[in-house]
Design a protein around this ligand. Structure first.
Ligand SMILES: Cc1cc2nc3c(=O)[nH]c(=O)nc-3n(C[C@H](O)[C@H](O)[C@H](O)COP(=O)(O)O)c2cc1C
Length: 313
């Protein structure tokens, strides 16, 4: 079973990918790190700053899989060619993003609204691009019953791996993942399938592996940000020590300060990490509120020092 780090815009960038592997690898390294989505530019001129995320020199370690959020299949195929020229092999297509601004444009899980549109998109991608292409999907827009028709379309293309997040678009991240619908769909998939959704502990990871031994992979998102040592624990290793977490968070903070050229911008990126991580510290509620309001780097630094005096769970 392969373990993948989920693509998460604003979290699993190159600074995070390097810090996670430095502090928790090799035992806690994922087999692959899916990069947050890129949108292919309509004028076909690559944006340097965005492409820097995927610069091979900034991405040593485990393989990184670029992800595209697109609606125009030919444009996506062009971008896949550009990514191949950088040395990437697999490219992932985002058909799962539930954000209103994305789906309103018919992208992400908005593409699942109309099977004919989805079919035309995939036809254009696969007839113009070469090499392995994987897909990340939800079960549908408003009901898991939609997935049978969606899967009929996926089954027509040589998708190298299908990652299924068993929620529908309208759910966003609310409620439970629909594991019953996932179990029902699995035997009908002709390609390797990866499960994604709500895995936060090694026990849950093992339970999934036992329930679905035929999976090719399990992808973990929020649970990996909340516990960057999750995979090390899943492989029988130790949990994150206080020193490791401190070193990891300091590397993230300094890495973002350098990347953005501003500690203030780094603070806002760090808050996104702390949103998931702070629950590792007992009695952190008051500091959590203060951290949410912090703007200045000095405020952030003082608060982090205070958080690290709390007992770890
Ligand atoms: C802040 C945030 C950003 C995300 N960005 C992306 C993205 O760029 N591409 C994508 O396919 N999914 C994205 N996702 C969805 C995750 O990859 C994943 O499917 C979701 O978090 C469910 O998995 P989890 O329960 O393990 O977190 C994002 C989710 C969150 C919460």
């Amino acid at each position: 079973m392969q373990y993948y780090a989920a693509p998460m815009e604003g979290l699993t960038d190159r600074v995070w990918r390097q810090a996670q592997q430095k502090w928790f690898g090799p035992e806690g390294t994922a087999h692959r790190y899916y990069a947050p989505f890129l949108s292919p530019p309509e004028n076909r001129v690559l944006i340097k700053k965005k492409m820097a995320e995927l610069a091979p020199a900034a991405n040593s370690g485990a393989p990184v899989i670029p992800q595209l959020l697109a609606k125009d299949g030919e444009l996506a195929a062009w971008m896949i060619g550009e990514l191949r020229a950088l040395g990437y092999t697999e490219v992932n297509l985002n058909l799962g993003c539930p954000s209103g601004t994305v789906t309103a444009k018919g992208k992400g899980s908005g593409m699942l609204r109309d099977p004919a549109v989805l079919d035309a998109f995939l036809d254009a991608v696969f007839s113009h691009a070469e090499g392995p292409i994987s897909v990340k999907t939800r079960l549908g827009v408003s009901s898991p019953d939609e997935f049978a028709a969606i899967l009929d379309i996926y089954d027509r293309y040589p998708i190298c791996e299908l990652t299924i997040h068993p929620r529908v678009m309208r759910q966003l991240y609310r409620g439970q993942t629909d594991r019953a619908a996932f179990a029902e769909a699995l035997p009908r998939c002709t390609m390797p399938v990866c499960y994604n959704g709500d895995v936060t502990t090694p026990e849950e990871l093992r339970a999934l592996e036992t329930q679905f031994p035929q999976l090719s992979g399990i992808m973990i998102g929020r649970g990996f940000i909340a516990d960057p040592a999750l995979l090390r624990r899943a492989r029988g290793g130790t949990g994150a020590s206080r020193e490791e977490l401190r070193g990891y968070l300091d590397d993230l903070y300094h890495g973002y300060t350098e990347l953005f050229g501003s500690a203030g911008c780094a603070v806002s990126r760090m808050k996104a990490h702390w949103f998931y991580l702070i629950h590792r510290f007992a009695g952190s509620e008051k500091l959590e509120k203060q951290l949410r309001k912090a703007r200045e780097p000095w405020e952030y630094e003082v608060l982090v020092n205070q958080i690290f005096t709390l007992p770890m769970l």
